[in-house]
Design a protein around this ligand. Structure first.
Ligand SMILES: C[C@](O)(CO)[C@H](O)COP(=O)(O)OP(=O)(O)OC[C@H]1O[C@@H](n2ccc(N)nc2=O)[C@H](O)[C@@H]1O
Ligand SMILES: Nc1ncnc2c1ncn2[C@@H]1O[C@H](COP(=O)(O)OP(=O)(O)OP(=O)(O)O)[C@@H](O)[C@H]1O
Length: 281
């Protein structure tokens, strides 16, 4: 028997850094969504764990115990033949490794009929792993261990752009000048009204945007191109970058922007997508 799990890209619609703990980790207040672009993890019972990485983004992805998918199997203590079909760029701010680990945990616990690990164990794989397990719109706080589901997600058309530069997360947090920034308001707007929802999002922030642009100026260019594309309601960076997203209200308008951006920037990774809008199976 094989079990397959989808590992959707994680998008930080907002990312407010509100404090820093004494161990150096940062406290966050982030609205996180998951979209229909992602990797796929397939697992099958085996005598010992093996990992094969395939797909258009396989190059450079570790196949040894550095890969979070193998670390997830090790955490559960179950051996499996694992295949990871890689579509997401790595070190890109869209949680590639974390979402793969979460998908591996969903698949392996189904295959072996096990419970999911505790939140502290999930966190030990990465700060983004707890939110990637349910993989549905959530408010993420703490350093990533507190995950509160949010309902009525807008499934608006989006564009993801990565200028094909990888950005390691730690140095971007370290370059952040102010660690004490305001959180999001306690209450969210009515997500069913896309105009109101997008207008509200524009009043929020990704505090890692400026330090990430400092490290990789091409992120600034990506944001300008998305922002200036016709019909874009909001352009923002996800996570610690470099991937940025644009939100549109209409598929045809989004598709025209997509065509123009792909024509103008043939070397960038540019993908149409939309939030999944429902819990993962
Ligand atoms: C930036 C985000 O992607 C937003 O969702 C996450 O907070 C990062 O999640 P992640 O990549 O799973 O992060 P980890 O692999 O746990 O940590 C990488 C590095 O980022 C920094 N880090 C991460 C999370 C956090 N709340 N505070 C931090 O300061 C730490 O220096 C850490 O060594
Ligand atoms: N399954 C995996 N896929 C890609 N990279 C992985 C994986 N497991 C471990 N890694 C390693 O993790 C590093 C960071 O990649 P990943 O895509 O997880 O992070 P990220 O884009 O920084 O995510 P975040 O959104 O949390 O900032 C890579 O450089 C790679 O060496």
């Amino acid at each position: 028997m094989t079990v397959e799990a989808f590992a959707p890209a994680k998008i930080n619609l907002t990312l407010h850094v509100t404090d820093q703990r004494s161990d150096g980790y940062h406290l966050l207040d982030s609205l996180v969504t998951f979209v229909d672009v992602g990797d796929a993890v397939t697992v099958e019972k085996a005598e010992k764990s093996t990992l094969t990485v395939t797909g258009p983004m396989a190059a450079g992805v570790p196949t040894d115990s550095r890969n979070l998918v193998l670390r997830a199997a090790e955490m559960l203590g179950v051996p499996a033949k694992i295949t990871l079909n890689k579509h997401l760029p790595a070190a890109a701010g869209i949680g590639g490794g974390s979402s793969d680990a979460a998908a591996a945990l969903r698949a392996l616990t189904t295959l072996y009929n096990l419970a999911l690990p505790s939140v502290s164990d999930l966190l030990s794989l990465g700060a983004d792993v707890p939110v990637c397990v349910p993989a549905t719109l959530a408010r993420m706080t703490g350093i990533g261990e507190q995950v509160a589901p949010v309902v009525n997600e807008p499934v608006w058309p989006m564009i993801l752009i990565n200028p094909r530069v990888s950005v390691p997360t730690g140095p971007v947090f370290q370059a952040l000048p102010s660690k004490n920034n305001p959180p999001m308001p306690e209450d969210f707007p009515d997500w069913k009204d896309w105009d109101t929802a997008a207008a509200w999002l524009t009043t929020q922030r990704n505090d890692l945007e400026a330090p990430a642009i400092g490290a990789q100026p091409s992120i600034g260019q990506v944001l300008t191109e998305l922002h200036d594309s016709k019909g874009c309601a909001l352009a923002r960076m996800s996570g610690s970058g470099a991937t940025c997203f644009g939100i549109y209200f209409d598929d045809d308008i989004r598709d025209r922007a997509l065509k123009k951006l792909r024509g103008d920037f043939p070397n960038w990774w540019i993908m149409p997508t939309r939030p999944l809008g429902h819990p993962m199976a």
